[in-house]
Structures are given as C-alpha cells and as structure tokens.
Design a protein around this ligand. Structure first.
Ligand SMILES: CC(C)(COP(=O)(O)OP(=O)(O)OC[C@H]1O[C@@H](n2cnc3c(N)ncnc32)[C@H](O)[C@@H]1OP(=O)(O)O)[C@@H](O)C(=O)NCCC(=O)NCCS
Length: 174
C-alpha cells in the first residue's frame, strides 16, 4: 500500500473538530501520568471550540494532515495578544502555545518540521514556550532543539509551568 501523504498548511476554523480529536488522543497520554485531574482540566478548558475560536482570532496555527485527519498542530503568537492572564510574566514575547503530534505519528519528524516552520515565521529574534513540569519527553525534545529553561511558575495546586526560550538570532544570518 502506498504511504499516506502528509501535508502541512495553515489551520482554520474548519479544523476545530480536528483539533479537539487530536487533543483527546494526545492530552491523556501526555499529562495523565503527571496528574490525571490536570490532564482532564486541560481538555475541558483548553481543547474546546470556544478556546480554539479565540486562539484562531489572534494566533497563527499550522496543521499537519494525513488522510484528511489532523495529526499535528502548532499555534503561536504574542503574549500581549493572549486571552490568558500571566500575572507573573513581565514584558511581551513571541510564544508557541501548542505543539502536539498524534501519538501514532510521534518520532517521524513532524514535530521538528512544525517547530522549524514556527521559528521561520515568528517576527522577533526569540521564541518562548511553556512545558509542564514532568513532561520529560517534551523537555528532551526542546533541549535538543536549543531551548533553555528561564523561569518556573507554580501555584502548588497544579504542576508547574516551565518557561523555555530559544534565541533565533542566527535566523537573520541564514
Ligand atoms: C514532543 C513532540 C512535539 C515531538 O514531536 P515528534 O514529531 O514526535 O518529534 P520528531 O519526530 O520531530 O523527533 C524529534 C526528535 O525527538 C526524538 N523523538 C521524540 N519523540 C519520539 C518518539 N516517540 N519516538 C522516537 N523518537 C522520538 C527523535 O529521535 C528526534 O530526534 P532526531 O531529530 O535526533 O532524530 C511530540 O512527541 C508530542 O506531541 N508529544 C506529546 C505532546 C507534547 O508533549 N507536546 C509538547 C507540549 S509543550
């Protein structure tokens, strides 16, 4: 059988059901082992149509599609445009809010490809993101891509958020 073709394109409102389905596949195995209640809260609060509609209004989205299914997505934009509150973070920054690959498609270069596209598209010379404490595969992935830990934010109720940053200054030289 011929290998299914993978395509990369911008995400739109038509992808919202696909984003939700992706979340249901990837959020429980990613965050359930860290904190099952947190994984459920993530799905209930952040992987719902209203949040994607709000995000699509202010952030850029990229989709990897295979056989008509959203198998990965990335979302990025400026902190100052976010609809979330960040009381502990000062200044503006370019943030990758989401990078998620369906578990059936991990380790095939899709996450690397989406990250490279995001890095090429951001306006500034650095990119930030948050990783949940305990998500070791994601830490390893981002460290290998040149991200470094900058600050850690916790409320003691839920796992800490760890902010990572990567300098993109080399981009201008390429
Ligand atoms: C972390 C994540 C985005 C990486 O995307 P990916 O498409 O699986 O990663 P890639 O195939 O591009 O692999 C990148 C590197 O990580 C390694 N890797 C990551 N996950 C792997 C896996 N499950 N199996 C094999 N290798 C893996 C690869 O060896 C590769 O190394 P190389 O570039 O030296 O070959 C993806 O695994 C994912 O969505 N994880 C769950 C959700 C998550 O934690 N997202 C981040 C939230 S902050």
């Amino acid at each position: 059988m011929a290998e299914a073709v993978l395509t990369f394109r911008p995400g739109t409102l038509a992808d919202v059901p696909g984003f939700r389905a992706l979340g249901e596949a990837v959020v429980p195995p990613t965050y359930g082992p860290i904190d099952a209640a947190y994984a459920q809260r993530m799905l209930d609060e952040w992987w719902i149509p209203a949040r994607f509609e709000a995000s699509l209004a202010v952030n850029a989205h990229l989709v990897a599609e295979c056989d008509g299914q959203v198998v990965a997505m990335a979302a990025f934009g400026r902190l100052s445009q976010s609809h979330r509150e960040f009381p502990h973070v000062t200044g503006d920054r370019e943030v990758m809010w989401k990078l998620y690959v369906h578990p059936d498609h991990h380790g095939r270069g899709i996450g690397s490809r989406l990250l490279a596209e995001v890095e090429a598209m951001v306006e500034g010379d650095e990119l930030w993101l948050e990783v949940v404490e305990g998500n070791e595969p994601a830490f390893a992935f981002y460290r290998a891509k040149g991200f470094v830990e900058v600050e850690r934010i916790g409320d003691r109720e839920w796992p800490d958020d760890v902010w990572l940053r990567k300098s993109l200054e080399q981009k201008a030289l390429r």
